[in-house]
Design a binder for this molecule. Structure first.
Ligand SMILES: Nc1ncnc2c1ncn2[C@@H]1O[C@H](COP(=O)(O)OP(=O)(O)OP(=O)(O)O)[C@@H](O)[C@H]1O
Length: 338
């Protein structure tokens, strides 16, 4: 992370970040965090006042399934690519990301893996599944071609593919979206990652396949932490331990899924979770409302939600609220009485 201009960017929020840190200490019980994101601000390199992410702060522990929700444009992909260390060169990142206690720059690239919404875009169309998986396995280390083939077949079994040898002979276009997603997960597992980021991994799949892929991710969580980006609030509530709500580049609430469902604290979270039918009725998919989400260049100081909130106080327009609350649920809001 480039720290050289951090003071210029962070000064208005230093106090808020310190408060967040204090809150974080409360959350940080038990095992040390696997992923720790502290005061992460991502801005345009040539326009540092245009922040895509603003002092984002959260932690994940091994075995945790964390869902990140937020409208289109709220910054989910920017956050994921920054954690993966592949943020666009047009962006300037400030703050700290640690994996297993080590700064991101010192962490082996293979300790984090990412799967995407459309696996077919990331698979080579002119190579067989076997070739691509074997190549990944061999990249990880020291196996002969025969050993790598066996490892590739084992990985396909691990992700629920019953006929791995047959699958290895196929090309991506001969496979369904769900099968290709399994292959992508197998490739991710080949790296033995500690952190798996899944960016909308099931939104292009039918309901049955969605469930299978989510079941698979749940099975895998014991060995790693999973950060799931989803627009589907039902999936977030049903599958995750905790939910983080991102609004206009700011994490406005982080809480245990059941608490966020039963008693959301931030007015934005409340609007998000109340505007959709109950879980049993149909998928609670997040609607994008780009008209109301301020563009990164037009965001004001203070709370990013102030212009949409019915309980806005003077302080909301001036000072960015810090995350605060009980360990299981923290919220960034000046007016919790509203
Ligand atoms: N390289 C970039 N240069 C300038 N602006 C960018 C860049 N990358 C992202 N943005 C802007 O940052 C904001 C957040 O984008 P991001 O793709 O992270 O949103 P998102 O929450 O992932 O949306 P979606 O759910 O649609 O994928 C958007 O306003 C986007 O236009």
């Amino acid at each position: 992370m480039d720290q050289t201009t951090s003071h210029a960017l962070e000064t208005p929020y230093v106090q808020a970040i310190e408060h967040e840190s204090a809150g974080r200490q409360v959350i940080a019980s038990g095992s040390p965090p696997l992923l720790s994101v502290t005061g992460l601000t991502v801005a345009l390199a040539d326009r540092p006042e245009t922040r895509l992410l603003d002092a984002v702060q959260f932690e994940l522990r091994k075995g945790e399934f964390f869902a990140l929700v937020g409208e289109s444009g709220s910054g989910k992909s920017v956050l994921c690519s920054t954690i993966m260390g592949v943020a666009s060169s047009e962006l300037r990142c400030l703050g700290d990301i640690h994996i297993d206690g080590r700064p991101l720059a010192d962490v082996d690239r293979r300790q984090r893996a990412m799967i995407y919404q459309q696996p077919s875009l990331y698979l080579n169309p002119v190579r067989t599944i076997g070739f691509q998986l074997r190549e990944t396995v061999q990249m990880v280390g020291g196996l002969s071609k025969k050993e790598a083939s066996q490892r590739a077949a084992d990985l396909l079994c691990d992700v629920g593919i019953d006929d791995p040898r047959e699958t290895m002979r196929k090309y991506p276009h001969e496979m369904s979206g769900g099968m290709n997603q399994r292959v992508m997960i197998a490739m991710a597992l080949a790296m033995k990652p500690k952190l798996l980021i899944a960016d909308e991994p099931t939104s292009a799949l039918d309901v049955t396949t969605q469930k299978q892929i989510l079941d698979l991710l749940e099975r895998l969580r014991s060995d790693m932490a999973i950060l799931l980006v989803t627009h589907d609030l039902g999936v977030a509530l049903q599958r995750s331990d905790r939910i983080g709500v991102l609004y206009a580049g700011q994490l406005v609430e982080i809480g245990r899924a059941d608490l966020v469902d039963r008693a959301p604290l931030h007015p934005y979270t409340r609007a998000l979770f109340s505007a959709v039918p109950p879980l049993s009725e149909h998928p609670r998919r997040l609607q994008s409302s780009s008209r109301s989400l301020p563009e990164p260049g037009q965001r004001q100081a203070g709370c990013s939600f102030a212009s949409r909130c019915s309980g806005t106080l003077d302080i909301c327009r001036r000072t960015r609220p810090a995350l605060q609350g009980i360990p299981q649920q923290v919220v960034a809001c000046h007016n919790l009485e509203a």
